[in-house]
Design a protein. Sequence first.
Length: 175
Amino acid sequence: MKVEYALTLADYKAALQLHARQTISRHLGNFFVHVMAPVVACLIILFWLYEAVFHGDFLASQPSAWVTPALFASLPFLQEWSIRKTFKQLFPSSVTNMPVSFSIDDDLIVSAIPDRSEGRFYWNAIDHFAQNEKVTLIYVAKRRFIFFPTRAFSPEQRAELNDLVVRHGVKAFIC
């Protein structure tokens, strides 16, 4: 089966999100970076502002103390900027405007960006497989994957892909 699709930033974000949800350590790490660290940093900043306003001029005497909480408070924004920058570097506009092809059969998986790159992977080289309603990941190593939007496949092709995964004994993470 062969499918062509256009790469989008939303698909890339969905792939990173699915990758982050697969293990407890990745899930907890993302929770810390996206929720806990910014909340704690904002609480520290609010406390320091309260102290500065009601108990003296803390801002003038300790300006360098604001750097670390401000950095932690900005982690979600820095993460979003980093994702966008990485996507633009990996897939420039010249690539996202052309269709990417993905073909899969009983022997081989081929992912190709025309005139740029092509990856060929035999089933015995596939580490594991992850899929949700937005994106499908095929891991070629523990932390390296190729991704494609699940919407690119028809229901029959999706069932065939899942059958190939089961037939070749690849560990699957489907949610």
